[in-house]
Design a protein around this ligand. Structure first.
Ligand code: SF4
Length: 285
């Protein structure tokens, strides 16, 4: 069998075996599904994707903590800057402090009111630029400015939380959490992704976390060793050959395969036993 066919067969197998309904409870996006109002939902999606850093159990606990602090109507809560900052006092997740999250949410609320919705803003920016990276960059610029993030957060000695919470995609990092936000809000996948923002799914790029990077490497979708923007571009380009209209369709199953298998990234008869992509894995070639 040709290599591409083997890889596609492996991806389809993983997609079939990692049904969203069995996996969603372990995914931060399920907390976004609790909100039906589109304005609340996009604010919660910004929050949940931005905190999706580290262990999934901790991520979900931190998102719940932040949601409990801001209350049941997030789009309303983010209008009151002082109250929002007060609510987030004492919140910590990895590098992020409550004040960073308050700035992010307040900034998201300002652009939401200015454009009618965050979705309307990104749709307008994508239409003007026809470029996903620049659209993400404008999202970064507008939310940072509106949220009054400190300047020079990349300067020597500066705390890294503010720049890391909302990174600039033009700087070369993988911006996994921003790409995750866009996957959630643009793709249509009932029970997982919302299809709320009207961008073409063909323009999306895969969020490369440690699992997707490892499995993408093992499948030969990239040879790159760092999970940066170019790696995300490279894996997406390879996936586009399998589905040009929806190149990130395999992100959710690959990520959950990685979480469940704890891939050793080497030939390990015990840990690799039953792995859905073994037949296409470079360690078993
Ligand atoms: S076969 Fe083993 S090394 Fe290859 S992707 Fe699966 S778990 Fe990882």
């Amino acid at each position: 069998m040709k290599r591409e066919k083997k890889v596609l067969a492996a991806l389809l197998r993983v997609e079939k075996s990692h049904a969203p309904k069995d996996r969603i409870a372990n995914d931060p996006v399920s907390l976004v599904h609790a909100f039906t109002d589109p304005l609340d939902r996009e604010i919660v999606a910004v929050l949940a994707s931005s905190l999706a850093f580290g262990n999934v159990t901790t991520i979900r606990a931190k998102i719940k903590d932040a949601l409990a602090r801001i209350g049941p109507r997030p789009a309303r809560a983010v209008r009151d800057e002082a109250k929002l900052h007060e609510a987030m006092v004492g919140f910590i997740h990895r590098l992020f402090r409550g004040e960073d999250v308050a700035r992010l949410l307040y900034g998201a609320g300002v652009v939401q009111r200015e454009f009618g919705s965050i979705g309307a803003m990104v749709e307008k920016d994508f239409e003007a630029t026809n470029d996903l990276r620049e659209t993400l960059g404008l999202f970064h610029d507008r939310v940072r400015a509106a949220g009054k993030f400190p300047k020079n957060t990349n300067a020597k000695g500066a705390r890294r939380g503010p720049s890391h919470l909302l990174p600039d995609p033009r700087a070369g990092s993988g911006v996994k959490r921003l790409l995750l936000l866009f996957r959630w809000m643009v793709r249509k996948d009932p029970g997982v992704d919302f299809a709320q923002w009207k961008l073409p799914t063909s323009a999306l790029q895969i969020p490369v976390d440690v699992h997707v990077h490892r499995l993408g490497y093992n499948l030969g979708l990239t040879d790159r060793k760092t999970a940066d923007w170019r790696t995300s571009e490279e894996i997406t380009a390879a996936l586009r050959t399998f589905d040009p209209f929806d190149p990130v369709r395999f992100d959710f199953p690959l990520c959950h395969l990685g979480i469940s298998r704890r891939c050793p990234s080497k030939k390990d008869p015990v840990r690799c036993d039953g792995c859905g992509i073994q037949s296409a894995c470079r360690h078993w070639a």
